[in-house]
Design a protein. Structure first.
Length: 317
């Protein structure tokens, strides 16, 4: 880092080394050739040097320098663009993808297919499946899911018995609304996931967390390559998270077509998908904390919808 600055000053002379020019040189020469962590060190070093030598800068120059040094690089913008994935798939594409995943040549094809199909049905985040379990509540089969974000729900307009705010770490998805074949897929995936995780832990001497991460990476890679093979020329890739996007788009549209307003559908989907708020942008959460919680205000949705949401928001000790 010192050598880089020294080379610049030696080449241009200290009297000609204006800080705006030095910042431009640093951004142009170094920004796209080093990691983000290294770039932060270079940037901090230059800004610190300038601020410790006030005789060579003025406030306007420093402000211009900061603006330039905090711009995004071409590399980071390209990387962000490359990571864009499809938000929806046609039925024909889904059928082709399913056929490709069933190919005997794909070691994790069936696991990936079960994961993707189950997520299409339930809208779970990929990592929410790791702790999901099928339970019985009053003789009714349900999928119990630990939310990535605490949901704080205002029931004031829902029922007198549950008025006020409540916080929910879990959500429960009743399975009675699914067809027999759909329930079979969900059950099979929950069992298969636990079995496969245990097998990887034993054979590869992994911790449970490491085995789950390894399984995720293998299924993610399998899905991506299968989509490329089954849908050549597709401009966007497919990830396990794509299933959640498809779930949201399809079900929200059905709710609106069934008579809900946009705001009512947002609330309904926020609870069903375990959002921290109705303004979620689908960003992954790193864990659950008090700062993640925000209030979701329940509107009058009709008795049937209200009863369903109460079942989804089952409390656990």
């Amino acid at each position: 880092m010192r050598n880089s600055f020294g080379a610049y000053v030696s080449r241009n002379g200290i009297e000609n080394s204006q800080i705006e020019d030095m910042g431009e040189w640093l951004f142009t020469v170094k920004r796209n050739d080093i990691t983000s962590d290294s770039w932060r060190l270079y940037r901090a070093a230059l800004l610190s040097t300038v601020e410790m030598n006030p005789e060579i800068w003025n406030r306007e120059s420093l402000d211009k320098l900061k603006v330039r040094l905090y711009e995004k690089s071409d590399k980071s913008m390209a990387k962000k663009k490359d990571k864009r994935t499809a938000k929806n798939l046609t039925q024909a594409d889904l059928n082709s993808l399913s056929d490709e995943l069933k190919s005997p040549k794909r070691t994790y094809g069936i696991s990936t297919l079960l994961w993707f199909k189950s997520s299409l049905l339930t809208g779970l985040r990929p990592n929410e499946w790791m702790g999901a379990e099928i339970i019985s509540i009053e003789n009714e089969e349900c999928l119990k899911v630990k939310n990535l974000k605490v949901m704080e729900v205002n029931f004031a307009s829902l029922t007198k018995e549950t008025s006020g705010r409540s916080r929910f770490l879990y959500r429960t998805i009743p399975l009675d609304g699914f067809s027999t074949s759909e329930k079979k897929v969900i059950r099979a995936w929950v069992v298969h996931l636990k079995t496969l995780t245990a097998t990887m832990m034993e054979r590869l001497s992994m911790s449970k967390e490491s085995a789950q991460k390894a399984l995720y990476e293998r299924c993610r890679s399998t899905l991506y390559s299968a989509h490329q093979q089954s849908c050549p020329g597709a401009k966007k890739g497919v990830s396990l998270y794509t299933a959640r996007h498809i779930f949201k788009v399809n079900n929200k549209q059905k709710l609106i077509e069934g008579g809900m307003t946009q705001a009512q559908a947002d609330v309904y989907m926020a609870i069903l998908m375990g959002h921290g708020s109705t303004k979620s942008n689908y960003a992954y959460g790193d864990g659950v904390s008090d700062t993640d919680a925000s209030t979701i205000n329940i509107e009058k949705l009709g008795d049937e919808k209200e009863n369903f949401l109460r079942r989804v928001l089952t409390k656990y000790d």
